[in-house]
Design a protein around this ligand. Sequence first.
Ligand code: PMT
Length: 416
Amino acid sequence: METQRMMRPLAGRRILLGITGSIAAYKAAVLCRSLTTAGAEVRVVMTPLAKQFITPLTMATLSKNPILVEFFDPENGAWNSHVSLGLWADCYLIAPATANTLAKMAAGIADNLLLTTYLSARCPVVVAPAMDLDMYAHTATQENLHRLLERGVRIVEPEAGELASGLTGKGRMAEPAEIAAYVAALLGEGASSADATAEKEKTLRGKRFVVTAGATIEAIDPVRFISNHSSGKMGYAVAGELAARGAEVVLVSGRTALPTPEGVERRDVLSAAEMYDATLAAYEDADGGVMCAAVADYTPCEVADRKLKKSDDDLTITLRRTKDIAAELGARKAGRLLVGFALETDDEEAHAEAKLVRKNFDFIVLNSLRDAGAGFRGDTNKVTFLDASGREALPLLSKAEVAARIVDRIERFFER
Ligand code: PMT
């Protein structure tokens, strides 16, 4: 049911599926099938080399459309217009995308129909890289991906695992179901941003929440402080989504330049200690809390009342632990909802699971700084939900869409 709901945005949408010459091309058949089963209309463009890996007959049968490879049909001179293909599509999905094709896309080279169509496409473009681990890790490939990302191309990251070369590492194309879900979420995002101004169903009317967001600031002296990179975007998106669904929301916010979301009561704080006091007070009469802030774990033992003067010696600042806001709420939650976040850089799921238990969260939202487009500052995030019953990994989404998925889960908590 959940999968069907996630795939709904594909119904009636036009997907141009580009296939390049990789062993992973065999997965394009399953991908095409997933897209058409969800109600999408699929047309397929292949590079000449891709035909060596999967037959045009297979793809034509699955997509119910003729396959496009050459600029024109040598039999009758019929022209395959890359311009009209690029205009036709709601999304141009290139899966698998080889290192060669990614490099050509980054350089603007247009020596086949798949590439000329990329240059003409006005719709969102998604690539699912597939290659050997060393090719993927190579600086040239990473720079090309970075350049494409900067130009707005979406990347469904490859997975780590056994590769066709026999080596093991990151480079295996993401599974077709994940790629199809990514495209569905992307196309759904357009609809949900159009919906953002539309009235949402007030499913959380009568419920109160406290949300923490942004970074805390721990003063060293009147001039300097210890902080982190949180912009507040993720927490503000959650607060806005809760309010849009009718909840009363207190947003305890670290310093940020963001506007207060409509219908949200904002309480500004600076330090972890101030955030602790404001959050505990708001949780008193709340039905739930969402802990999205990046709270300092340590604060200087002493704050100088004048600017510290520099000298030629090293400076040692002794830090002490701050109080853990989430753990404190977890200890006193008594049947109320508590959602946490975990920002990790390694051994992600193990660390997040430990926090889930230690802080008594109902579920935890894991984001990793190893995922491009996830975590601090940007407008996107890639998260995995973990709870006592398991895990659910989401593709890269806008923070607004991630917030909507979090609030969907919160709604389900109150339906129980
Ligand atoms: O603000 P953005 O730029 O949009 O970035 C979003 C984000 C990366 C900050 C957000 O998605 C995120 O991951 N927030 C939690 C970051 C974090 O500090 O995680 P943690 O693993 O250190 O903490 C675990 C949980 O305990 C979090 O829910 C945190 O809010 C909470 N905590 C931690 C320490 C503390 N003293 N009090 C807390 O409440």
